[in-house]
Unconditional design. Structure first.
Length: 486
């Protein structure tokens, strides 16, 4: 009922090597043809649900798939339709399964009668089953294409599906494949790629953070793993889109937000589990910086430059922002280092909780939130007197507190949390604006020797900084008077 699978894309330089490996292993060849159904309004795609009929050699299988709460698992229900010529879609088979019935009812309502074929896949699959430790893992190499009318996109990917055993074994097994063949993790399903093709879109909408539901009876170890899982569900869809090379500024922004949320969780709650690796924080910081210059350009293009134009700037151009490492961000998110980090985090999330203590979660949260709250209030008392690095630290403290409040919000009265975040938000926004102006000032200073007209931008930024700085001080003062909810 739950499918456990990880899928990877293969660089063109390694595709032939992998293909030969499967041939040498006498992998079984299966011809797959699949039809994917949805309504014209995409009711299923909107819920990330896929409904397909697939011909496996001469046998038809109807499959319903939907997301689950775990980053590695999906709900899957397969129904054997037998050796028919071209079977009609049969929704009656889901009446006896309460989960499947509810999924379709919630997604379709009365629209089930409007389901039609939206796109198709034609795949040649090489399958090799391997016994590893106490687990059985099916490794599949898929070559083919997704089709919609006269359009198509190619498929050349490898999937690792856990047929029997533990997720821990699955991830251990995958590690050497990543290193040897430079595989990069892709959480986009064939159904999602097909849906994009049917819409004539190059990339999906950016994934935003989703609410997290914690249980006050959970141990701190269990709570941290749920928090990390939540950040990965935010990070991985955006990272996969960027790694594919077809992305926009919102994907970059949400990837940065997801990494910052992940870093915040690991920094604030790292003592909740003995399995947290301190190296993860350093790796995430390095990745965050690689994404930084791209985000700075986007912030300038979409925010600051229109304001400069409106102010009458004689020359408006985005200053050069060289990549911190010289590595394009899509390449960074395809790197073996990034994939290995994600595999370690996925393995951490799945590890059985070693801490059996079930009380004290909210007490520990209160201590941590109170400490962060007091640090910001102390900064508020002297914000205008702080040096630039200290103001930058205040901004990071505010963001970190906001993310941590959102992680644990489900444990407290909704209105109390909402009121607290409402008072925190203005401070975060004004501090963010101040930081953007600081970044822009540095970039224009580097540019002014080549473009004298950039002096106008520097003058405008200097004036705006004074205003935003005063605004930030006021917002911090207002925030320091708010009531805490913990």
């Amino acid at each position: 009922m739950l499918e456990v699978e990880l899928k990877f894309q293969i660089p063109a330089s390694d595709q032939e090597k992998l293909y030969q490996l499967f041939l040498n292993k006498n992998a079984r060849l299966i011809s797959l043809y699949a039809k994917y159904y949805d309504t014209p309004e995409r009711h299923l795609a909107e819920k990330n649900i896929s409904l397909r009929q697939r011909l496996e050699d001469d046998h038809w299988i109807q499959t319903l798939k939907a997301p689950s709460d775990h980053s590695l698992q999906r709900f899957e229900l397969e129904s054997d339709l037998g050796k028919q010529k071209d079977p009609d879609l049969d929704l009656k088979i889901y009446q006896s399964d309460s989960k499947a019935k509810q999924l379709l009812q919630n997604a379709l309502g009365k629209q089930a009668k409007n389901l039609i074929v939206q796109y198709e896949t034609v795949v040649q699959r090489l399958v090799h089953v391997i016994h590893f430790n106490r687990s059985k893992i099916e490794v599949s190499l898929d070559r083919g294409e997704i089709r919609h009318n006269d359009q198509s996109v190619s498929i050349y990917e490898i999937e690792f599906e856990l047929k029997q055993g533990s997720i821990q074994d699955l991830i251990k097994f995958i590690h050497p494949w990543v290193q040897r063949y430079h595989l990069w993790l892709d959480v986009r399903s064939k159904a999602q790629r097909g849906d994009l093709l049917a819409q004539n879109l190059k990339n999906p909408a950016a994934q935003f953070a989703s609410p997290l539901q914690l249980n006050p009876q959970d141990s701190t170890d269990q709570a941290l793993k749920q928090i990390i899982n939540n950040t990965l569900q935010h990070l991985l869809p955006n990272a996969s889109t960027i790694a594919s090379g077809q992305y926009d500024s919102e994907h970059v922004h949400q990837t940065r937000v997801a990494i910052r949320r992940l870093r915040s969780a690991l920094r604030v709650f790292d003592d909740w589990s003995k399995d947290v690796n301190p190296d993860w924080q350093e790796q995430l910081t390095h990745l965050f910086r690689q994404l930084g210059s791209t985000r700075d350009r986007d912030a300038l293009s979409e925010g600051l430059l229109p304001q400069l134009e409106q102010a009458g700037a004689p020359f408006v151009e985005v200053p050069d922002t060289p990549e911190q490492s010289g590595i394009p961000i899509d390449e960074s998110l395809r790197s073996s280092d990034f994939v290995e980090l994600i595999l370690h985090l996925l393995r951490f999330v799945d590890q059985p909780s070693k801490e059996q203590k079930k009380s004290g979660l909210k007490k520990d949260i209160s201590k941590k939130l109170q400490k962060m709250h007091q640090q910001i209030c102390k900064d508020a008392d002297q914000f205008l007197q702080l040096d630039i690095p200290s103001r930058h630290r205040t901004r990071k403290r505010v963001k970190r507190l906001r993310y941590c409040v959102e992680f644990v919000a489900s444990l407290y009265p909704v209105q109390d949390v909402k009121h607290y975040l409402k008072d925190l938000k203005p401070a975060q926004e004004s501090l963010g604006q101040y930081n953007d102006l600081m970044v822009a000032e540095t970039l224009f200073q580097n540019m002014v020797k080549r473009k004298q007209k950039s002096w106008f931008a520097l003058g405008w930024i200097a004036s705006e900084k004074k205003y935003v700085l005063q605004q930030a001080q006021q917002h911090l003062d207002d925030y320091s008077k708010t009531d805490t909810f913990w």
